[in-house]
Design a protein around this ligand. Structure first.
Ligand code: FMN
Length: 237
C-alpha cells in the first residue's frame, strides 16, 4: 500500500542522519575520536574512514587501544582503499562529513579533486552534492601552498576549521580543549542543536561559572562594565 506523504516525512525524520567522519594523519587524532563519540551520543549513524597515516597518529598520540575504540564507536567502518564503498557515491544520502584531523596532504588532495582514496573521494562527493564538509585542518606554521589549498576548498564549499583552542572559555585541561573543538566541528554541520560551550558575554560568563572570576584576579565588575560599554552584547561565534 502506498504511503501517505506525512507518513513518509515521519519515517525520514526518524532515520538516523548518516554522517561521515574521516581521520587523516595530522596531529590531533584525539579530536577525531571525540567527534565520533559525541556523534554517537547524538544518534548519528557514523561512517568512518581512517587513512594509514591516521592509524599511526592514533597509536602515537592516543595509544594502542585507540583504533579498537574508534571501530567500536562507528556503525560502519570503510577501508581507505575501498573506493566502491557506499560513501563513495553521491547516491548514498549522507547529511555531512567531518575530516578531523585533516592533514595538509589530504587537504591538498581534496582541493585538487585527487580522489584516489575513499577519504578524499567521500569529501569530493560532499562538495559535488553541496553537502556540509568540515575540514579540521591542522598544521603550523602554514606556507602559501597550505593557504591556497584552504582557499580552494573554501571556494568549493567546505568549511576550514583549524583546531584552535577556545582560550576565552579558559579550558582546564587538554581533554576540555579537544572536547570543545570536537563540538564546534559538529555544530558546523548544523544537524543537531548546538553542543559546544558558548561565550555569553563577560557578566553572564561570570554568573555561569564563578570559578572563572575566582581564578582570574583581573576580572572585576568595573572592568566588565567597561567592556560592556565598548563591545555589543551578542553571542560570540
Ligand atoms: C605524529 C605525527 C604527526 C603529524 N602531524 C601532522 C600535522 O599536524 N599536519 C600534517 O599535515 N601532517 C602531519 N603529519 C604527517 C602526515 O601524517 C603525512 O603527511 C601523511 O602522508 C598524511 O597522509 P594522509 O593525508 O593520507 O593521512 C604527522 C605525522 C606524524 C607521524
Amino acid at each position: 500500500m502506498a504511503m501517505h506523504r506525512s507518513e513518509i516525512r515521519e519515517r525520514v525524520g526518524m532515520m538516523k542522519p548518516h554522517v561521515v567522519v574521516g581521520l587523516s594523519g595530522a596531529s590531533g587524532a584525539a579530536i577525531g575520536l571525540r567527534i565520533v563519540e559525541i556523534l554517537g551520543d547524538l544518534g548519528a549513524e557514523i561512517h568512518l574512514v581512517v587513512s594509514r597515516a591516521a592509524e599511526r597518529t592514533l597509536l602515537e598520540e592516543v595509544g594502542p587501544d585507540a583504533m579498537s575504540h574508534l571501530r567500536a564507536c562507528a556503525h560502519y567502518w570503510h577501508g581507505v582503499d575501498d573506493i566502491g564503498a557506499s560513501i563513495a557515491s553521491g547516491s548514498f544520502p549522507t547529511r555531512g562529513m567531518i575530516v578531523a584531523p585533516c592533514s595538509m596532504r589530504t587537504l591538498a588532495a581534496i582541493a585538487h579533486c585527487q580522489a584516489d582514496n575513499l577519504l578524499v573521494r567521500a569529501a569530493d562527493v560532499h562538495l559535488k552534492e553541496r553537502r556540509p564538509l568540515v575540514l579540521v585542518a591542522r598544521e603550523t606554521p602554514l606556507h602559501l601552498g597550505h593557504l591556497r589549498a584552504m582557499a580552494a576548498t573554501t571556494e568549493a564549499g567546505a568549511i576550514v576549521m583549524p583546531p584552535a583552542p577556545a582560550f576565552y572559555l579558559k579550558p582546564a585541561s587538554v581533554a576540555e580543549i579537544v572536547d570543545q573543538i570536537a563540538r564546534r566541528a559538529i555544530d558546523l554541520l548544523r544537524l543537531f542543536e548546538p553542543v559546544a560551550s558558548q561565550w555569553r558575554g563577560p557578566a553572564e560568563q561570570r554568573d555561569a561559572n564563578p570559578f572563572l572570576v575566582a581564578s582570574t584576579p583581573s576580572f572585576d565588575s568595573a572592568k566588565v562594565d567597561a567592556i560592556k560599554r565598548v563591545i555589543p552584547q551578542e553571542r560570540k561565534e
